[in-house]
Write a protein that binds this ligand. Structure first.
Ligand SMILES: [Zn+2]
Length: 66
């Protein structure tokens, strides 16, 4: 094994996909940056969206109580 093949977990179907693949062969999920896939990007983005939604709901509830 002169060239080790690295695998990453597909965020859509969860199957192991080669890091060099541009898309998941199982479900067709397109990777934004083949070879530099960062699984934490979507996780952080999702958390930020949840925080913003929670903050907006908190503001609406706070205004309604006043
Ligand atoms: Zn997939």
């Amino acid at each position: 094994m002169s060239e080790p093949v690295l695998f990453v977990g597909c965020p859509t179907c969860g199957k192991a996909v080669s890091k060099q693949a541009a898309a998941c062969p199982s479900c067709g999920h397109q990777f934004k940056a083949p070879g530099a896939f960062n699984p934490f990007h979507d996780l952080v983005h999702g958390c930020l969206v949840l925080v913003v939604i929670g903050f907006v709901l908190f503001c609406i509830l706070a205004i309604g109580k006043m």
